[in-house]
Design a protein around this ligand. Structure first.
Ligand code: GTP
Length: 604
């Protein structure tokens, strides 16, 4: 395909603003998918995505679009090839978003005409502008009675730097304005530029594991061409693979002989694991290949860690197998076996962020039928001791004892968008979370964008829930990693009868340590049943106890109930008690019901 007729674009939108509906409508109008086959939301393949309403994995669809009339800017009548690249919408996947943007020349900024722009959309808009994409601002859902196109067109125009009249208005639901949008995409999107005769270079913007086909790698060719007969090379590792198939998605995989400059499609090489075909890497040919990689490759590093433990210890191996399976499709997921005194055998898992963690947990429970306990999430700390040794701490219970010179924690730049009524309450929240205000802008009379620098450890705790509840759900949040900082952090241990319960250890700021200790001790007092002896619960920093509760002793004698009764009844009771014990974990001499751990860990 000649690159002058190619238009590569993506859609930037907040969850529920109608990206999938618009994508479906475009598939229909370009007759790639006829109306009957337009099952709701074709692009979202995983059920879990649909249920959560989040597009996790990006893909690309090729749409032929005939333009009847030319225009003054040099668009000729004829059939164009539009490649629609789907971008993941959530904060945890910023890097994947940036790679999908890199594969495009234009981005449609799609905003609900009754809601206005949200923080994540704004963050992705800034990414798109940073990548020099042409932005096409569009208001969706203008059929809604509550739509306020004037207000939000002005908002978008202000952000993008255009006239409000240039903001397109569509209804993905009724189809109104979508044809005009397709024409505008052809008109406004710059055609790809690349060198036809140079060695091949293609950017991997997604890679997905398919049970039948192995890894399907989605690429955008920048220079040269990839032919199905080529042997290809992954430039970050130098690994070479035989190419089994090259093709485009329209809307199913369709073989093609080769992909040329500016084209978007897929490669299949028989590779079985997405870690061998990394997002951001450059594909070239083994023979006469390119020597310079495309810029911007980053290895995904987990930012949030948590321990995952099977409730039933017999499921440990099932959990390992499940994690291995998920990893085939998730290059960012890491895990290592670990043992917890309280929770038994499990895995310390690394995630890109909280949502990534939640999705993974959810899939383990639903797709693999596992019952899991997870510890509170934590970030990675860099600890330097006075003797100069350094530790990277991914598990709070492994925080080193002894003389510490410095503890460093990761920080994020957060963008919060909210109705201006909540400025005060948001500032208060950010202050208690050790945030510093970087700046504030009004997007319109009553909507404000606030920029904060915050320790990431505070965000992974319960920041998002608190933000939502304090603003009645109106505020939205986005964040990105922004280096690290030294902080006065301490490890708080929780002890039952003098025995530390590793799963409850937390690294907190020294000013918050007392609060954490009192809260956990109080919670456990409620959750742990009385035992045959007294159980002190203590919170401590090193040897210093900072909070204490007591569970008083009881004497429980089940057999007393059937005094003089028959022996089989007694045996039954004992059996029952044994059953109950299975779900108990022993911490020292103390029996703690599984539910107590779950409850204590869940509310943060
Ligand atoms: P995710 O795929 O969940 O990220 O969301 P999305 O942005 O793709 O939104 P989706 O297409 O799922 O649309 C969200 C909701 O808005 C659905 O209930 C759609 O039916 C509805 N919707 C989408 N476009 C329109 C529109 O133009 N008008 C009206 N009234 N509703 C729309």
């Amino acid at each position: 395909t000649d690159s002058s007729i190619i238009r590569n674009f993506c859609i930037i939108a907040h969850i529920d603003h109608g990206k999938s509906t618009l994508a479906d409508r475009m598939l229909q109008m370009t007759e790639v998918l006829d109306a009957r086959a337009a099952r709701a939301q074709y692009l979202d393949r995983m059920d879990i995505e649909r249920e959560r309403g989040i597009t996790i994995k990006s893909q690309a669809v090729r749409l032929p679009w005939a333009v009847a009339e030319g225009n003054d800017e040099g668009t000729e009548p004829g059939t164009y090839v539009l490649n629609m690249i789907d971008t993941p919408g959530h904060v945890d996947f910023t890097y994947e978003v940036s790679r999908s943007l890199e594969a495009c020349e234009a981005a449609i900024l799609l905003v609900d005409a009754a809601q206005g722009i949200e923080a994540q959309t704004l963050a992705n808009l800034y990414l798109a502008m940073g990548a020099d994409l042409h932005i096409i601002p569009v208001l969706n859902k203008i059929d809604l009675p509550s739509a306020n196109p004037e207000k939000y067109a002005a908002e978008l125009a202000g952000l993008v730097g255009c006239d409000p009249s240039e903001v397109l208005q569509v209804s993905a639901k009724t189809g109104f304005g979508v044809e005009a949008l397709l024409n505008e995409i052809v008109k406004q999107t710059p055609p790809p530029v690349g060198a036809k005769d140079k060695p091949a270079r293609a950017l991997i913007f997604d890679s997905v594991y398919d049970t039948y086909r192995g890894v399907v790698t989605y690429v955008r060719v920048v220079d040269g061409k990839l032919n199905h007969r080529d042997r290809i090379k992954m430039m970050s590792t130098g690994a070479t693979h035989e190419m089994l198939e090259v093709g485009v998605i329209s809307p199913e995989q369709t073989k093609a002989g080769e992909l040329g400059v500016g084209e978007v499609g897929y490669l299949i090489t028989g590779v079985k694991d997405v870690r061998q075909s990394r997002v951001g890497d450059t594909v070239t040919t083994q023979h006469h290949g390119a020597t310079d990689m495309l810029g911007g490759y980053k290895h995904p590093n987990p930012m949030v860690y948590a321990g995952l433990y099977p409730i039933d210890g017999d499921q440990f191996n099932d959990l390992r197998e499940a994690l291995e399976k998920l990893q085939l499709n998730d290059a960012a997921l890491t895990f290592e076996p670990e043992t917890s005194g309280a929770l038994g055998f499990g895995f310390r898992c690394g995630f890109l962020g909280l949502l990534h963690m939640e999705i993974t947990r959810d899939r383990l429970e639903r797709e693999f039928n596992l019952d899991l306990i997870s510890t509170a999430p934590n970030v990675v700390y860099e600890v330097t001791m006075e003797d100069g040794t350094e530790h990277e701490v991914t598990n709070p219970s492994e925080f080193p004892e002894g003389k510490l010179a410095e503890v460093r924690e990761p920080v994020v730049k957060a963008t919060i968008l909210s109705p201006s009524d909540y400025i005060g309450t948001i500032m208060e929240l950010c202050q208690t979370k050790r945030g510093t205000l970087g700046g504030m802008d009004y997007l319109s009379e009553d909507r404000v964008e606030m920029r904060y620098t915050l320790p990431m450890g505070e965000i992974v705790f319960d920041f998002f829930d608190q933000l939502k509840s304090r603003t009645k759900g109106y505020a939205s949040l986005d964040y990105e990693r922004a280096g690290d900082q030294a902080a006065e952090l301490v490890k708080v241990d929780i002890l039952l009868q003098g025995e530390p319960v590793d799963a409850f250890s937390a690294i907190v700021h020294k000013d918050a340590a007392y609060g954490y200790g009192v809260m956990m001790a109080g919670k456990l007092k409620e959750l742990i049943p009385r035992q045959q002896f007294e159980v002190p619960i203590q919170a401590a920093i090193g040897a210093r106890v900072i909070a204490r509760e007591n569970i008083r002793a009881i004497r429980k004698d089940v057999l007393a109930k059937c005094y003089g009764g028959d022996i089989s009844r007694k045996r039954k009771l004992l059996e029952k008690q044994k059953e109950g014990k299975k779900r108990m974990k022993m911490v020292g001499r103390v029996e703690v019901p599984q539910e107590a751990f779950v409850a204590a860990l869940s509310t943060g």
